[in-house]
Write a protein that binds this ligand. Sequence first.
Ligand code: SF4
Length: 426
Amino acid sequence: MPSPENHQPKALDQLDVPIEQLLGPCSAAVRGVIDRILSGTELSRLDGEILFRASTQELPALMRAADIVRRQRSGSDVSFVIVRNINFTNVCYMGCRFCGFAKRKEDEEAQWIGMEEVAHRAQVAWDRGATEVCMQGGLHPDLPPTYYRDLTRAVKKQVPGMHIHAFSPFEIWFGAHKRKMPTKEFLLELKDAGLGSMPGTAAEILDVEVRRKLTRNKLTTQAWVETIRAAHEVGLRSTSTIMYGHVDGPEHWAAHIDLLRSIQKDTGGFTEFVPLGFVHSESPLYVEKAIPGVRAGATMEEHIKMHAIARLMLTKWIDNIQVSWVKLGAERAADLLHAGVNDMGGTLMDESISRSAGADFGEELTPPEMVKLIRHTGRRPVRRNTLYHVVEAYDDHDPIDLGTLKARAHDPIKFIKNAATQREIA
Ligand code: SF4
């Protein structure tokens, strides 16, 4: 099996070839599905599965179809958001086998950052032009029942203008149980405290059997769906995600995307779809070979397919397809802009979940680096807020270069001066 690192699909060399020519080597089945989507017909779960099983020769046509649909639905803009990820605790006993992030309380690397420090980090992010903090953590058994509410209030009090994007459906489920409140009531309490939206993480694969293999304690598919629906119903929008490339396959991927689309048809609450490739190297699932046949993550072909097919299946329902540069690296993420992607996600500043699982890529892509990367693909870089409203377009200027957060620690005066200028402009 080719590893994700050494496989550069030929599809990326055929960006100038007309789609009619690319359809030449395709089977009747794949050609039929691509014809249907290009004539405006919604794809079924089975159509998605056919595309996920497409061969290497069929990949360029699939990728081009996704690129055409992306252009029709979201134009040439590629967006990103200035955001800081704050993982406030890594203590968790849920035992998800794919997770390299969780620690036990007594572990040396166990962390639980105080609320004041979280609020301070949010302030630093704001001073660097961030419009969002993304806060997620482990399900620490000692979190007080009102912890999530109080943390939200603390950050909002410190930085009233900051959009708080926080708490996965699993954290919401956990928090509601601690608080002894029905989910909706709990969500309303958080919304009232200043929660702006939620990450649609903890979805992994919404398939009962695969989930059971990944973890015994994790939120069930049904509970994930109910929590997300409840969030959308109280007016909290969320992202949607998939984690792929472990013990899953085409049928699970197509069914997962189909399920997300059906939720979206009812609620309209998803802002985007974010494929998250399984990062295997520090994950117990892979390292301890906890399940026979567990894979070392998806291949590059599968990454392309996941983004392209999501674009094709979700069109008109979820029109923002994000690539995770943290999981894939900046260059490969930029390659996927040719496979249906229109969003590069966040600049992050510091992030620990993917790094704990063994992702090798940086902690931060600064706004100037992000803009340069996007321009290199021939597309138009724009900065957005969490809910996909464009805040700034970089047609004729670059973002101010504040350097990375780490570099800032070495040059505080330059940072403060630049930060003030940046805020005036924003
Ligand atoms: S994935 Fe989340 S819930 Fe599962 S062990 Fe890791 S931190 Fe805990």
